[in-house]
Design a protein around this ligand. Structure first.
Ligand SMILES: NC(=O)C1=CN([C@@H]2O[C@H](COP(=O)(O)OP(=O)(O)OC[C@H]3O[C@@H](n4cnc5c(N)ncnc54)[C@H](O)[C@@H]3O)[C@@H](O)[C@H]2O)[C@@H](O)CC1
Ligand SMILES: Nc1ncnc2c1ncn2[C@@H]1O[C@H](COP(=O)(O)OP(=O)(O)O)[C@@H](O)[C@H]1O
Ligand SMILES: [K+]
Length: 503
């Protein structure tokens, strides 16, 4: 699913109005009907609804929704916040349509003194500002937003929490944003929903399709996309009758050190479960028996060092290389990294301490093999790319890094973002907080290495890998809950994740 900036959404609206064709008031009616249906399903009548309305079309949605809820036996009160002298044309039309309903009290709020008391079981509908917000909120609407946020009522935001910018909130005033429990977004999610600091405003969110024109959605370009099962499935290569293990590639995994052999085991097992034909695990000498016992399917390459990574085998036999899980970052490992980056001609996954080593020795960035994939969590990202005060800025830095160094740069998190060299960013919807547990990242590294070895491009291997990893987490959490989930469970649920993905 594409994610558009607010300006593009306005273009898509206009195109729909012109080419469907549909009157703008009827498009508003259709959108509001969707809101209405969702709210009725989630919060059945009778309920008290207090609807706060602003001057634009977001307010218009609120007014249309008020009429629909009143028809369905909700007790509805509408508060029109006096922000400008007039309402938008369609909002005004919906106000006139609403006035016919004698059961709905309509108040004009010229000051916050007119703010009603909000009870915990009230439903507050936030239709103050939508995607037309052009600057941080001040004055009366700011006071109203603060009062709503101070209440215990259930808050439902129409399209986007009022005050939140769709993309860039780096200059926003965080006191002037509605804290919604539920955000019902029209047709597309907004980029801002995917950033952790905005979770407090967006709450749960859902997308309501409102039938915007498919031709323009197809045609309009945007760098931001949300992964879907259908899309990821369409990238899979089928297995053929006469395929053999050579068909599915040979990967080299460099991982583990004294005290961190678990990372090597997890990444190796995950790699094999993700379908690679052959895996060689390069580990320090002390890990030999551990690896041979825990992962009998893997071949083992032994470092001359007992405890860390200091050398690597002949690279010619491998289709892809991964380095990082549990390797530590001793001086000798750094030296071996210099050689590895110079010699490797195949795509590499660079994770964990391998990222930290590059962060400490930025000159190594000049030697990255074509098609490298970086998989940092936010702290590693900071060491590699730099510090950002907010997620939008971080996302920009991520895109720029991917472009400048021609690499795929993954930023792991609740909505893991995959930035590709050509400028696009894919967000991953799978995964859950049960995966915030030691070793989940090692599992991801093994999976991406596996897909690279099988011949998927760096971009596709990363997309499939990230989606599958999260899906395994979701299936595991469904069965065993989030608290008890460990990284090993992600591997155990990979078979089911494959089946679900291919269904
Ligand atoms: N996507 C669609 O096709 C549809 C969109 N609709 C709604 O239309 C909304 C967008 O409508 P609008 O473009 O009218 O935008 P808004 O409803 O967000 O309101 C914009 C108005 O507020 C003013 N404004 C902006 N920032 C302000 C600030 N900080 N302080 C005071 N005033 C400020 C603007 O000058 C403008 O008059 C969407 O969010 C959605 O709710 C729906 O009607 C259905 C159809
Ligand atoms: N709240 C969450 N929702 C979805 N996925 C999560 C969440 N927390 C962690 N994850 C996933 O778990 C993995 C954690 O990786 P990482 O921090 O490198 O762990 P480790 O270093 O312990 O291996 C990432 O893929 C991340 O996207
Ligand atoms: K809103």
């Amino acid at each position: 699913m594409k994610i558009f900036p607010a300006s593009k959404i306005a273009e898509i609206d206009s195109y729909t109005i012109e080419h469907e064709p549909i009157e703008s008031i009827d498009l508003m009616e259709r959108a509001s009907r969707k809101l209405f249906k969702r709210i009725v399903k989630k919060f059945p009548a009778p309920r008290n609804c207090k609807i706060f309305v602003g001057p634009g079309n977001n307010g218009g949605d609120g007014l249309a929704l008020a009429r629909m809820l009143a028809e369905k036996n909700y007790a509805v009160e509408v508060f029109i916040i006096k922000i400008s002298d007039c309402l938008s044309k369609d909002a005004e039309e919906n106000l006139q349509r609403l006035k016919i309903f004698k059961t709905v009290d309509i108040y004009e709020m010229a000051s916050v003194d007119a703010m009603p008391w909000l009870f915990p079981d009230d439903i507050v509908i936030d239709a103050i500002f939508g995607s037309g917000l052009s600057r941080p909120i001040e004055g009366l609407p700011l006071e109203v937003i603060k009062a709503i946020n101070a209440s215990e009522a259930k808050v439902i935001a129409v399209d986007i929490p009022s005050g939140l910018m769709g993309e860039d909130n780096s200059k926003n005033d965080y006191n002037g944003i509605i804290k919604a429990d539920l955000t019902l977004s029209f047709q597309f999610p907004k980029l801002a929903f995917l950033f952790p600091e905005n979770a407090q405003f967006v709450g749960e969110w859902e997308v309501l399709p409102i039938g915007l024109h498919p031709d323009i959605i197809e045609k309009e370009q945007t760098p931001y996309k949300m992964l879907s099962r259908e899309f990821v499935k369409s990238l899979l290569m089928p297995r053929k009758k006469f395929d053999h293990k050579g068909t599915y590639g040979h990967g080299l995994l460099i991982s583990g050190s004294y005290g961190k052999m678990g990372a090597a085991i997890l990444a190796s097992r995950a790699g094999l479960r993700a379908g690679m034909g052959l895996l060689t695990s390069h580990i320090p000498r002390l890990g030999y028996e551990i690896m041979q016992t825990a992962v009998p399917e893997a071949m083992v390459s032994i470092d001359r060092s007992d405890i860390i990574f200091t050398e690597f085998p002949d690279l010619n036999q491998f289709n892809a290389v991964a380095i990082g899980p549990g390797i530590d970052k001793k001086q000798n490992s750094y030296r071996a990294m210099i050689e590895l980056l110079k010699e490797s001609k195949v795509p590499m996954v660079i994770d964990a301490d391998a990222i930290n080593i590059i962060g400490e020795h930025p000159e190594l960035k000049d030697d990255l093999p074509m098609g490298s994939v970086f998989t940092p969590h936010p702290k590693e990202f900071e060491r590699l790319v730099g510090k950002a005060e907010d997620s939008f800025t971080r996302n920009k830095m991520q895109r720029e890094f991917a472009k400048e160094h021609s690499v795929t740069l993954v930023l792991k998190g609740a909505y893991t973002a995959i930035a590709c060299p050509e400028g696009s960013v894919y967000f991953n919807p799978t995964g859950n907080p049960g995966m915030a547990t030691a070793g989940s990242g090692d599992v991801l590294t093994g999976i991406i290495l596996s897909l690279l070895s099988q011949g998927y491009s760096s971009k596709v291997a990363t997309i499939i890998g990230v989606y599958l990893h999260g899906l395994a987490g979701d299936l595991a959490a469904e069965k065993i809950g989030m608290e008890a989930l460990t990284a090993g469970d992600l591997i155990n649920y990979l078979p089911k994740a494959w089946l679900r993905l291919k269904k």
